[in-house]
Design a protein around this ligand. Structure first.
Ligand SMILES: Nc1ncnc2c1ncn2[C@@H]1O[C@H](COP(=O)(O)OP(=O)(O)OP(=O)(O)O)[C@@H](O)[C@H]1O
Ligand SMILES: [Mg+2]
Length: 174
């Protein structure tokens, strides 16, 4: 039976396009991190210097990045953290990071659950108290010789919700 839609033709067009519209489709993805970020040298340098102590097995200071929408806060953070992760790996320094987008992960419970996931602690998607889940996270963190850097992207959205992340607790994680 002849197909009403020629799926092969559609998929072939993507597989071997005659006249590709996109030179590199991935460049348009929100998650794409360019290999260089023009005009952001100062910001990159600043963040790298704040996170630098990780390379000596130390704890970096907290950083709060703010600026106009689309200015590059997210991409600069990803750029620096990815490079740091690679560099730390090259010299056998245990360094992990948890990148949490608070637009998606929008309650205190879900933030703590994401943190638990980052350190391989299993928690139910709902049901426990935030205190309990946070304690499990801290306990696991204390057992591990790893420095964990937490990035809360779009954190302002989280602060607007009723389920605020307890800032006193987060300060303990410094
Ligand atoms: N210096 C740069 N060079 C190349 N691309 C950049 C640069 N700065 C930002 N971009 C690109 O511009 C887009 C917006 O950047 P980004 O998402 O990092 O901004 P933002 O400050 O986090 O914005 P928002 O406040 O909306 O979260 C992304 O696609 C990013 O890759
Ligand atoms: Mg952003």
């Amino acid at each position: 039976m002849k197909e009403s839609v020629d799926l092969d033709a559609i998929f072939d067009r993507f597989h071997a396009p005659k006249k590709p519209i996109f030179k590199e489709r991935d460049f348009l993805r929100a998650t794409y991190v360019p290999t260089s970020l023009p005009h952001r040298g100062n910001e990159i340098r600043g963040l790298a210097n704040i996170l630098g102590p990780i390379m000596a097995g130390g704890t970096p200071s907290n950083a709060f990045l703010y600026g106009k929408p689309g200015g590059g806060k997210t991409v600069v953070t990803k750029y620096v953290i990815n490079r740091l992760h690679k560099k730390a790996g090259d010299v056998d320094i245990k360094f992990e990071f948890a990148f949490i987008n608070c637009q998606m992960v929008d309650t205190a419970y879900r933030v703590y659950a994401a943190l638990c996931e980052a350190v391989n602690v299993e928690v139910p998607i709902t049901g426990l108290s935030t205190d309990l889940i946070f304690d499990s996270f801290c306990k696991k963190l204390d057992e591990e010789p790893t420095v964990l850097t937490i990035i809360l992207d779009e954190v302002d959205l989280l602060m607007k919700t009723d389920n605020k992340v307890n800032s006193k607790k987060m300060t303990l994680l410094k």
